[in-house]
Design a binder for this molecule. Structure first.
Ligand SMILES: Cc1cc2nc3c(=O)[nH]c(=O)nc-3n(C[C@H](O)[C@H](O)[C@H](O)COP(=O)(O)OP(=O)(O)OC[C@H]3O[C@@H](n4cnc5c(N)ncnc54)[C@H](O)[C@@H]3O)c2cc1C
Length: 375
């Protein structure tokens, strides 16, 4: 007998999908509602660190992730003119049998997870959300946007940084802008690019890239945030190219590929951390709905996946759902997540204020040691 027999997950992103796979595979009746009309993930890339890969392996999708992505084990640091300053072996935070990092196209990761959700037996409804949630003490009565209703043992808000579930359970917290904006282009990979290289300097705070497959990569430029509504779709390539032209070496080739507005995304760096506990009664928040950080350490999705893994483990091990389960969840997640969020923000602040003598290796070393341990 597990703590839950019937669970509703709101949101079919990385977090919701991971939790659905683990619970449904263990025999829990899982329903997901996803507000979008189908599997969609922004057509950009994602950098998955070893601790994210460890969870993906536990989900049973590692072989597919490895085949679709691009694995590498070092990080390069370059000067704005392209000169290679250092090549640093990257820690294998997921263990010695997993690479340090895998770059992936986000839609491919989303498709792999969606297939695993289906195979695990979870039910997913697209184009549907939750209108009301009523916790009755021994269950949660849910009315859906399509007029349907049902009762669940547990409702999980995995509905992202602007979570409606968070609002519904009375947690009023808006994401905070960090003052930085990021341009990302998803483009063709020059053969010479086989790992992430970062440049801290030049016209942007950070310039970087990550291979995502045999022929693909994404490249990014982080600058002072500009009003998002001021950017016309058609102007995106020229705006990003103008920034990219301040960089040499591999960037000369990358700049030439910044032409298609559909392959360029501009967004702000934001952060958010819900104080513990992340539940109100039988409704709990996980993933970006509970915490989000600027991707300066590329730990966002990794922390989301860890939430799903730990929550599933606790729900499956307990024989009743009470506050002790949620407290145990917080004991294993809150301090770790807070440390990652704060370190990601610290790194962003150092770049924003152009602090040249910041102890970047020290900060990265501390986070690496932390996330190398199983959560
Ligand atoms: C610019 C940028 C770069 C990043 N780069 C990295 C990186 O390289 N590596 C890394 O590990 N992390 C990175 N991250 C962080 C990572 O993308 C997120 O932490 C992760 O995707 C969050 O997953 P999630 O499933 O919790 O939320 P989301 O991905 O936001 O998914 C939430 C899902 O819920 C759905 N939804 C929303 N509202 C509702 C509703 N009311 N009802 C039903 N469904 C709803 C949404 O449509 C969506 O499908 C980056 C983030 C940003 C902003």
């Amino acid at each position: 007998m597990t703590a839950v027999g019937k669970v509703l997950i709101v949101g079919a992103g990385t977090t919701g999908s991971a939790l659905a796979i683990l619970l449904a595979r263990a025999g829990v009746a899982v329903q997901i509602v996803e507000i979008k009309s189908g599997i969609t993930a922004l057509g950009s890339g994602i950098t998955l660190q070893g601790n994210a890969l460890r969870v993906l392996r536990d989900l049973g999708v590692w072989d597919e992730v490895r085949a679709a992505g691009f694995a590498f084990d070092s990080l390069g640091l370059r000067a704005p003119d392209g000169t290679l300053l250092a090549e640093i072996p990257d820690a294998r935070t997921g263990g010695p049998d997993l690479p340090a990092t895998v770059g992936m196209n986000r839609p491919e990761l989303a498709a792999i997870l969606a297939k695993a959700v289906q195979e695990a037996g979870a039910r997913i409804e697209y184009g549907v959300t939750v209108d009301t949630l009523t916790d009755t003490g021994d269950g949660v009565r849910v009315i859906f946007s399509d007029g349907g209703s049902d009762t669940f043992d547990l409702v999980v808000g995995a509905d992202g940084i602007r979570s409606a579930v968070r609002e519904m359970i009375g947690i009023r917290l808006d994401p905070k802008p960090t003052g930085m904006g990021i341009w990302r282009v998803h483009t063709r990979r020059p053969e010479s690019i086989e790992r992430t290289d970062l440049i801290y300097g030049g016209p942007c705070y950070i310039a970087g890239y990550c291979p995502t497959g045999p022929d693909t990569m994404y490249a990014y430029l982080v600058e002072k945030a500009r009003p998002r509504e001021s950017i016309a779709e058609a102007d995106k390539p020229a705006l990003m190219r103008a920034l990219a032209e301040g960089y040499g070496g591999p960037w000369s080739e990358i700049a030439g590929g910044i032409t298609d507005p559909d392959r360029i995304n501009y967004t702000w760096f934001e952060s958010l951390l819900v104080d513990r506990p992340w539940n109100r009664g039988r409704v709990v928040l996980i993933g970006d709905a509970a915490h989000a950080c600027p991707p300066t350490l590329a730990q966002g999705a990794a922390q989301c996946l860890e939430d799903a893994a730990v929550l599933a483990e606790l729900l499956l091990a307990a024989d009743r759902l009470d506050q002790a389960v949620f407290d145990a969840f917080m004991d294993r997640r809150y301090d770790r997540v807070r440390t990652v969020v704060e370190a990601s923000l610290q790194l962003a602040e150092w770049r924003l204020n152009q602090v040249e003598d910041a102890d970047l290796p020290g900060l990265m070393g501390r986070i690496t040691a932390l996330v190398s341990q199983r959560p």
